[in-house]
Ligand binder design. Sequence first.
Ligand code: AMP
Ligand code: GLY
Length: 443
Amino acid sequence: MEINIQNPFGEEAPVKLPRMETGREEDIRPGKTVLVIGSGGREHAIVDALSRSARVQKIYACPGNPGMSRHATCVPISVTDVEALRDFAKEKCVDLTVVGPEASLAAGVADAFKEAGLRIFGPTKAGARIESSKEFAKQIMEKYGVPTGAYRSFDRYEDAKAYAESLPLPTVIKYDGLAAGKGVVVAATREEADAALRDMLLDSAFGKGRVLIEEFLDGPEFSFMCAVGGRKVYPLALAQDHKRAYDGDRGPNTGGMGAYSPLPFISEEVREKALKEILQRTADGLADEGISYTGILYGGLILTKDGPKVIEFNARFGDPETEVVLPRLVSDIYDLFDAAIDSADYEPEWSKESCLGVVLASDGYPGSYSKGVELDFDGCAKVFHMGTKASDGKLLTAGGRVAMVTGMGKTLEEAAARAYADVKKAVTKGLFYRSDIGKQALN
Ligand code: AMP
Ligand code: GLY
């Protein structure tokens, strides 16, 4: 298949010259070609990290976004068009592919690439079930002793209702399957719980219904992402997302309105415990099940009075956590991906600096919103594009979450001050943001 590489966002991104100039024979190797699948802020952060790699010469992004086009050549192939992605990677002699979105994993992109002998960082469909099936995730956790809330699953409304009513409030009800982030209801009253069960089991608003009813867990939530290569687990820096739309954690749930890293409220002891008892145990469990997992294992954790427990797993980089974690990576990210694919020993190094990011969102988000507002990020230190579009030389809004404005600093205060100074430069009529990202940690 012939693919036309037209960069819809401007000029073809430059090819970097490899920086190995030591003259040693082993260092004179051609630079690597990398493909990043996705078009959001998370993938922009991955491209940004790859652009700092000494080993990477050429970056492609499918389909990419205007922010990435500085470092990557963006090619309009859909993230779920597995065959076209595979053929493109073959044609361009791509050395390594990194998968951003879950939809791509669910479509079997890693399976197809592996079958074709292509190196890919992202789990196969079997591994991605840790995210796509909440019941599968619970079964793995139960079998391998990974701390999480007690649960039961139901497909009959009457049984689910009876069980829910036997539990104390609030009741946590989760749809078992991908529901675009809308599949979890933390019901404060019996009526809310009943309405959720009716939605998920009777109205089949989500497709063929099956729900988990789960013990309510209380405490601060945090995100612990690890790169995984079989039984090898490479921890990334911790981060915290802000899921609610408005200040003070009020308003509807969103895809994430801001994040920061590192986390002052998680001690080294708690981190070690989470790494050993949650992430490592899950990676080992998957391996014992015969699933060879390569990619990010994202632990959505909560620090309860009985220690860290799992709220959910994702099979991919978190968004917007990635945008504040990867800027803190001191090591070469290509080495990390490479090591994980080969299950080789490797220890990524992290900067002691803090990074904090604030999402600019379209007025009305996560409900309906308009597009086409003109943007100007001039004078901002680092902005990751989430929902933007280039048109006639202008940069326009094209999504609910538009961009993540980030700041780095020696302390979280300094990072927050820098990020918010840039937010003030970038914000325009038609956009809103939360003014309290990182505030709880700062107090
Ligand atoms: P999830 O999609 O599983 O991450 O759930 C979305 C949000 O619902 C989480 O970020 C939590 O704030 C909340 N949540 C999910 N499960 C529980 C639980 N067992 N206890 C308390 N809150 C929960
Ligand atoms: N930030 C949560 C997620 O990526 O699912």
